[in-house]
Design a protein around this ligand. Structure first.
Ligand code: BES
Ligand code: ZN
Length: 630
């Protein structure tokens, strides 16, 4: 049976080895093979949603939710406005995960519904029998205490220590854990919401927020621009607002408000230069929300209100590329959206390219170049360690949870590909192309294949001499980095290389390295490119010369702690424990857990840190790291 099916698959793919008409193959048996269709990716099919938007489409969601901090539940109603795309459709299928569905109503009448057996990664399909008329479906529900997209923090886990905090993180497939909806990036909805909280807390959403709203525990929001479900976001806490510019401001707990506003004071200028280059900002305001340190990402581009980790408030603006990145998503991602998670690189690669451009415009070419080299090195590390299939921009995610495949590939390889296009057609022409692209696909979801088709009618046609379709396909569908791709370089790193080499050769001592003028990026480059092993004496020398164990910069601390684990440098382990138990940003803690897990002592240490940190970690951080401590 298997034999027949694989031969048939070869035929389907038009590959050599197809022998469908040989005697051994029984057509009727071949037809029975379910794996036939599975062997070819159905372009544009969302393999991570059970919803049926091609039949019945949800276009507006109206939420009325109470945040119950003692039960750790959101409780209320989602009113879904539907359109029957297929007039004969009788069922609406939604995505849910861990939701308790209390009842479903239309026109005041209860509707029949069925919750399927849950899939461990994708949750459970909710099938609702549609009423014969009417297009508003009210789903009464509550979330579960361990909802994968919601984190409930105790007062002790916040900066102020007095009030609890809640935040959601929907990307990629977690909106379904706090709203029953069609959880696919192909489905866009407008939304409004009433959020009921304890009276002394403020709720904010990825929607129109009134900074001067009365604090009375009832907050109203509207989101008039349509968004994919992964961009619906809510946070509740002891939040205050400070304006940074005309259209930009920051929400944070009082203790962080001033430092955040100072750190991110370039946000308004970033918004202006991006608009000037890539077209008008579509989302009215652009505010930041500073989360508690357990936020599992650096940032999340929730429209109008990016969610930001506090770990980038370094005091010297050294890590603000993160803001440029989340802002850039307002164009690449939020306005033009990846159609499926296979197409994530259209969001993240374009955004990473834009981030570099914004950083260059605001902070100059030297800084941009340093950041590009560091990004390129991260990419090289992934190319060296990931299986070939995971190095492909248009990655095959069938049967996989998008969370488990997070890497630098969609980001830095995607950005490098666009950099090559820019270099081949010229910067001005490429900027014009991007401006048109954002306009052409505004408020639409796009697949990789649609992007290629668009390239064929634009750049590939206009610059036929400079570009070549097979090269573009290599970038998108093949592993690795194509030969001859741009290689970022920075003069500012040459002297760092020299000093490192001389110190390693013991020609100079650490104290003789002239670090006075070094930027955070030079420090990172200095540390990240050390050999895998150093002697105890070398580690001690670096630490006493530069106080690395005590570095307040979370990225520098991360690089140094990685070295400490690799070399089992004990004097840094107290700091390492503190780092692992006070930060939940996965990108910063996961490599440390991975490295620790390689030795029995390291693993025992990791276990102790993880057990202590776990109650404060986000579900995603727990899931990503628990394998290292088992
Ligand atoms: N949208 C992403 C975060 C994300 C991606 C969440 C995929 C879930 C699935 C966000 O914009 C992001 O890329 N964050 C990075 C920022 C960094 C590259 C500057 C992060 O959190 O590290
Ligand atoms: Zn991003």
């Amino acid at each position: 049976m298997k034999f027949i099916s694989s031969i048939a698959a070869l035929c389907l793919l038009g590959l050599s080895g197809c022998s469908q008409f040989e005697e051994t193959s029984q057509p009727e048996k071949a037809v029975e093979q379910p794996s036939l269709a599975n062997d070819v990716i159905e372009v544009g099919k969302d393999y991570h949603s059970f919803a049926n938007p091609a039949e019945v489409l949800v276009q507006h969601i109206s939420l009325d939710l109470t945040a119950d901090f003692s039960l750790k539940q959101l409780i209320g109603v989602a009113k879904l406005t539907i359109t029957r795309v297929d007039e004969t459709a009788t069922t609406l299928v939604l995505d849910t995960r861990g939701l308790v569905i209390e009842k479903v109503l239309a026109n005041g009448q209860e509707l029949g519904f069925e919750l399927a057996e849950p899939d461990a990664e994708l949750g459970a399909a909710l099938s609702i029998t549609l009423p014969s008329d009417g297009n508003i479906i009210d789903v009464h529900y509550r979330t579960s205490e361990d909802a994968s997209g919601v984190q409930w923090l105790t007062p002790a886990q916040t900066a102020g220590k007095k009030h609890p905090f809640l935040f959601t993180q929907a990307q990629a497939v977690h909106a379904r854990s706090f709203i029953p909806l069609q959880d696919s990036p192909q489905v866009r909805v407008t939304y409004d919401a009433v959020i009921r909280t304890p009276e002394d807390l403020l709720a904010v959403m990825s929607a129109a927020n009134d900074p001067d709203t009365e604090r009375d525990g009832v907050y109203e929001f509207t989101m008039p621009q349509s968004v994919p479900s992964y961009l619906i976001a809510l946070a509740i806490g002891d939040l205050q607002f400070k304006a940074m510019g005309q259209r930009t401001g920051v929400y944070a707990e009082p203790a962080l408000l001033e430092s955040a506003a100072a750190e991110f004071s370039d946000t308004e200028s970033m918004l202006e230069v991006t608009e000037k280059t890539y077209g008008p900002y579509s989302w009215d305001r652009y505010d930041l929300l500073i989360l508690p340190p357990s936020f599992p990402f650096g940032g999340m581009e929730n429209p109008r209100l990016s969610f930001i980790t506090p770990t980038v408030i370094a005091g010297d603006k050294s890590l603000v590329a993160l803001i440029a990145h989340e802002l850039a998503h307002s164009w690449s991602g939020n306005t033009v959206t990846n159609a499926t998670w296979r197409d994530l690189w259209l969001n993240e690669g374009f955004t990473t390219y834009l981030t570099y451009r914004i950083m260059e415009m605001i902070f100059g070419t030297d800084r941009y170049k340093m950041e590009a080299v560091l990004g390129y090195q991260d990419l090289q590390a992934d190319i060296a360690s990931l299986p070939a299939n995971d190095q492909i921009l248009a990655i095959d995610l069938r049967g996989r949870n998008p969370d488990d495949v997070f890497s630098n590939i969609p980001y830095e390889k995607g950005a490098l590909f666009l950099r090559e296009l820019e270099q081949k057609v010229g910067r001005e022409n490429f900027d014009k192309f991007l401006l048109d692209y954002f306009d052409e696909f505004a408020f639409k979801s796009i697949t990789t294949d649609e992007f290629i088709a668009y390239l064929e009618t634009t750049l590939l046609k206009d610059y036929a001499g400079a570009l070549d379709k097979s090269r573009i396909e290599q970038w998108i569908f093949a592993p690795g980095i194509p030969e001859g791709a741009p290689v970022p370089e920075s003069d500012a790193f040459s002297s760092v290389d020299n000093f490192r080499t001389q110190w390693l050769e013991a020609t100079i001592t650490a104290n003789e390295i002239d670090t006075e003028q070094w930027t955070v990026h030079q420090w990172l480059y200095f540390l990240n490119n050390m050999p895998e092993t150093l002697s105890e004496a070398q580690m001690v020398e670096l630490d006493s010369a530069f106080g690395l164990t005590q570095s307040k910069n979370n990225e520098i601390a991360h690089s140094w702690l990685m070295m400490a684990v690799k070399n089992q440098y004990q004097p840094a382990y107290e700091r390492l424990f503190d780092y692992l138990t006070s930060i939940g940003r996965n990108k910063l803690v996961r490599p440390l857990y991975r490295e620790l897990s390689k030795t029995p002592d390291g693993k025992a240490f990791a276990k102790r840190a993880f057990e202590q940190a776990k109650p404060g970690y986000h579900p995603l951080t727990v899931k990503a790291n628990q394998g290292y401590v088992e």
